[in-house]
Design a binder for this molecule. Structure first.
Ligand code: SAH
Length: 366
């Protein structure tokens, strides 16, 4: 088994290089490369060539490797399929925007939540990710941005300094089933990469004790709740977690979080349709009545509703709604004073929606 140098602390790394008969300062040089996300040893040009060759034989840099890298046609989104040491695969997405560069991080290999519209959960939960495995996803994106600078992809907009500036824990997995490691990861991202709390978002399907734990932790991050339905009856049909934590409980915990930290709460709402017998698409959670019920739930609170067009998943029995239906839904929210926006589909051409790439790879498709 190769040693993963990123998992060693400073004295262990020093020991590792001195055991190879190398001077101690090599450890510092290697650490600098690791902290920049170097994917292998060949790029570490300030190390002697024979040392680089030796290291490649006996060690790895990060606790994950890039299996596949897909670039959207507009070059703004890069999706990585990454392999962990035990062969599990996860996904991570880098989004270059005018306000900065955002990385969507996975918190688990697979997911146990069983949401009926999602690809990530189709193969079940494999395991929680470690702090280092989450941190290494951000470093992988950071390294990619470095390659941008060396090529002709320019940062997108003036407010973008070319580094990772935002983290969203919205990849595969339920972060609040892995709360301790997620917190450890975010502490490090804040500490070592200077990513401010206000530029960090954790998205949950609504695990109430986890939300309370985040509240106790006390950092002013953004919280996003995957709501997707305005009644318990409908929500329980598409999100099994709703049988455990009801809408009211979830929203109360989330409002308490956003009030404590004086942050706007993000509500995620996928607009789902179903195919009728005659093949036409009817709204599943997105007719006028649903919109009005949603208004009732949220009125008077500091929220932003993110309306998400459904990214279609072959295995799932839903349909995407027309732009008109989405706008009609949005209009009702706006008329009632609820802030809302329609999420731009980033990288839809590269299967950027939750778990699609990992699923395809597991099934041996291209
Ligand atoms: N488990 C967490 C975070 C991961 S999912 C959560 O539930 O929030 C990130 C977001 O993508 C969630 O809002 C999820 O419901 C949504 N999502 C899942 N599958 C999707 C799909 N096929 N199209 C659009 N959004 C999807």
């Amino acid at each position: 088994m190769k040693t993963i140098l990123f998992n060693l602390n400073d004295s262990e790394l020093e020991q590792f290089v001195t055991d190879l008969g190398q001077p101690r300062f090599r450890a510092k040089q290697i650490r600098e490369w690791l902290n920049r996300g170097a994917p292998d040893f060949s790029v570490m040009k300030n190390l002697p060539e024979d040392l680089r060759a030796k290291l490649s034989e006996i060690a790895e840099t990060l606790p994950l490797k890039i299996v596949k890298k897909l670039q959207s046609s507009d070059n703004q989104t890069t999706k990585f399929l990454l392999e962990l040491n035990d062969g599990e695969q996860i996904e991570c997405v880098l989004m270059r925007t005018t306000y900065g560069n955002s990385v969507c991080v996975s918190s688990q290999a697979g997911c146990a939540m069983g949401c009926k519209f999602c690809a990530s959960t189709l193969l079940g939960l494999k395991r929680n990710l470690t702090v280092n495995e989450m941190f290494a996803q951000v470093l992988t994106a950071q390294w990619e941005l470095r390659s941008d600078r060396l090529s002709d992809i320019k940062p997108n907009g003036d407010a973008n300094n070319g580094d990772v500036s935002h983290i969203v824990v919205m990849g595969t997995g339920e972060p609040l089933q892995n709360t301790e490691n997620v917190i450890g990861f975010l502490e490090r991202a804040n500490n070592e990469l200077n990513i401010s709390w206000r530029r960090i978002t954790v998205s949950t399907c609504g695990i109430v004790p986890g939300i309370e734990e985040l509240n106790k932790w006390g950092r002013p991050i953004n919280l996003a709740i995957s709501l997707h339905a305005p009644t318990d009856e409908l929500r329980s049909q598409i999100m099994p977690i709703n049988n455990k934590y009801k809408l009211r409980e979830v929203l109360d915990a989330a409002f308490a979080f956003s009030d404590t930290h004086n942050r706007q709460l993000m509500i995620e709402y996928i607009l789902l349709g179903k195919k009728d017998k005659d093949g036409s698409v009817v709204a599943y959670n997105a007719n006028n009545e649903h919109a009005e019920k949603l208004v009732e739930l949220l009125r008077g609170h500091n929220v932003m509703v993110n309306l998400i067009p459904w990214n279609s998943v072959d295995e799932r029995d839903f349909a995407s709604l027309s732009g008109n239906a989405v706008h009609r839904f949005q209009d009702i929210l706006i008329k009632n004073g609820i802030h809302t926006r329609i999420r731009r589909e980033r990288g839809a051409d590269i299967g950027s929606a939750c778990g699609q790439l990992r699923l395809k790879n597991a099934k041996g498709q291209k």
